[in-house]
Write a protein that binds this ligand. Sequence first.
Ligand SMILES: NC(=O)CC[C@H](N)C(=O)O
Length: 459
Amino acid sequence: MTDPVAFDVVSEGLAEVHRRLLPVTDGEVASYIPQLALADPDDFGIALVSMGGHRYEAGSSRTEFTIQSVSKPFVHALALAELGLDEMSRWVGNEPSGDAFNAISLEHGTGRPANPMINAGAIATTNLVPADSPAERSARILDALSAFAGRRLAVDEEVYRSEAATGDRNRALAYLMHAAGSLRTDPVEAAEVYFRQCSVLVNTVDLAVMGATLANGGVNPVTREQVVPEQVAVEVLSVMATCGMYDAAGDWLVRVGLPAKSGVSGGLTAASPARFGIACYSPPLDRTGSSVRGVVALRELSRRFGMHLMHHPAPGADTVTAAGAGARAASGRERAAADRELLAGAGDRVALVAARGEVDFPAAERLLHALAGAVPVVPGWVVVDLDQVTSVNPVAGLMLGRALDRIAASGHRVAVVGGSAVGAADDAWGGAAVRHARREEALAWAEEALLHELRSLPH
Ligand SMILES: NC(=O)CC[C@H](N)C(=O)O
């Protein structure tokens, strides 16, 4: 029997990066929260989770640590799912602050924190999660983080106490926001809920699953649970891309090109939309508060696996499989010599355009361009074969519908073949088109009508 591990080149890639970066000893383990100073600087874990829910890992990927600021995007997701983007944005901005994570980055006048990834914004966001008491709020947050991770998580009470004992700066931020009217709950309680959220224990694989859930439109790829709506995942990833790495966010986007979030315990998660969640854990931090090994590892992995968001994606399969008029659009029916002759003289009055696969905005643009080139110059018949189309997204359906309506309005008769996947787009073309089950039928329908017209013309 073949050992499936022998084919695991993904884990091999992770192991190679891990081996190469293990000797890196730059950075300092965070000590302003005393309990964090006890972390082992040699711990180094890497994990990658695919949209199929497959997990790949290297190093100390199962070592537990407190989530710290990596919790912020996930609690932001929970608050967004409850409040919606407009209401959220009234309380917390979406602008990169360019400041350190613990900066007093509050908007002049309103006291609104710049974004939900810095401490001030995170404390405000946490306390926007609807609940009747701080305990209930903490419980809801723990539930949400667990759903993102796909397993039941717990709070490290010692780290929580250590952070609460030394958390005056965060309390001060809460007081400032409370005074300015941007935090409505009690400042001390607000900070406590935030400290408990930061003290939730995770491992590197959990962080990768959490990132993968955002990359997968809010559906946890391991448990298949829809944790937050897809739109919320899109909004959270956007904020991660611009604010997730604090005052290093710009450089990060250039070099790694993925939405990400780091934390002071050394955790780091990144999301490659529709592809992977990737996470690292290594406690020594750079001056911006992100894991030194984590940052370099993500840089290498992004390059190695071609994950930079701004990369030109590989083109999909051709959408348009046939486009033309005349002979190429013939139905193949047996016909009398006289009819064949008639058709040969007027074959360019029947056009065929066929498409396949998923039709989204760019694919619809290609299809419409092909239609424009194939439509007869004099009133004729246009057969659009969508039998091999697997899906049409709403915007593409609208575009196609409008184009077919226009073609019909300019005097052509339109037939649409198959396209059971087209579904919603059906309403879009408002019955301007005749439906046929097969391409040959539609072409024969067009030819019969054309012949009928030609035969009645004086020779
Ligand atoms: N960047 C971080 O991870 C900060 C989280 C930490 N709990 C704090 O508030 O200071």
